[in-house]
Ligand binder design. Structure first.
Ligand code: ATP
Ligand code: MG
Length: 254
């Protein structure tokens, strides 16, 4: 079993899109996958076209059992939905004098053995649930928008990775996923070149800007369902290949 947090970046860079498409790509390859939405926006359910009434907040508060809180979204793909109810959970974690950062880990431990992968989608910024996800994760996947990142942004980002709270890059894998690649835009290519220079080992093959990715989310479908022959499906397929490719290298306990 392997836990991957899609985390550590600012808003609108493709975290939720990546978490949902990665989770479904893994499920399509027969890996039993649990998608955990740690964001108060609760977008993961919307992207999958489902409206769960209960989810992560109710599981963490003890109001719902795992069986009630976890929703089957697709074959091999289960969802612990996020949403506004996580606001109170976050407050509760913030008020704990110690150990709050292990809340998610402790709650999911009895459940997660049923899965091959646990994927966290996290909120922008660095709230206590994102920190919880990092304390739970084996690996961290960081989407970086090639449309939005500047050189200064890249250097700040490199500094921040070094100080990653709760996650030790020497133990787990760090993946950096460039998103919103537009090959016709020089800035996009320049930033990609810099990313290659600074993060050659961690860099994943980029995801191009794609109208189909945008449309798929509006239709509550993953890119593999909405446009299986599109660039978006090809790019997210490459990410799934890369993640699955680690399985045979003996770096993780399964
Ligand atoms: N490769 C892409 N090409 C085109 N549009 C994309 C791509 N990836 C994501 N989008 C769109 O960009 C918007 C932001 O993506 P997403 O919600 O995944 O980002 P996020 O990092 O999760 O944002 P937030 O920080 O608000 O949670 C969405 O409308 C999504 O459909
Ligand atoms: Mg999001």
């Amino acid at each position: 079993m392997r836990r991957i947090s899609v985390s550590l970046t600012k808003g609108g860079v493709g975290k939720t899109t990546t978490a949902v498409n990665l989770a479904h790509g893994l499920a399509l390859r027969g890996r039993k996958t649990l998608l955990v939405d740690c964001d108060t926006l609760g977008q993961a359910g919307a992207l999958l076209g489902v409206i769960p009434k209960v989810g992560l907040a109710e599981l963490l508060s003890g109001e719902a059992s795992p069986v009630r809180a976890i929703m089957k979204a697709r074959s091999n793909l289960h969802l612990l939905a996020g949403g506004l109810a996580l606001l109170d959970i976050r407050k509760g974690i913030d008020q704990q004098p110690s150990g709050g950062e292990l809340t998610l880990k402790r709650t999911l431990e009895p459940i997660e053995a049923d899965y091959d992968y646990v994927i966290h989608d996290t909120a922008a910024g660095y709230d206590s649930l994102s920190v919880n996800a990092l304390f739970h994760a084996d690996d961290v996947l960081i989407p970086v928008s090639l449309a939005a990142l500047s050189v200064k942004g890249l250097l700040d980002f490199a500094q921040r990775i070094k100080k990653t709270g709760g996650f030790d890059p020497s133990v787990g894998n760090l993946y950096i996923l460039p998103t919103f690649l537009n090959k016709g835009v020089q800035h996009s290519k320049d930033i990609l070149k810099l990313l290659k220079k600074h993060f050659s080992k961690q860099l994943c093959s980029p995801v191009r800007s794609s109208v189909q990715i945008l449309e798929a989310s509006a239709h509550g479908k993953t890119i593999f369902e909405y446009a299986p022959d599109s660039h978006g499906a090809e790019d997210y397929g490459m990410l799934v290949d890369r993640i699955v490719g680690r399985e045979n290298k003996g770096l993780h306990k399964y």
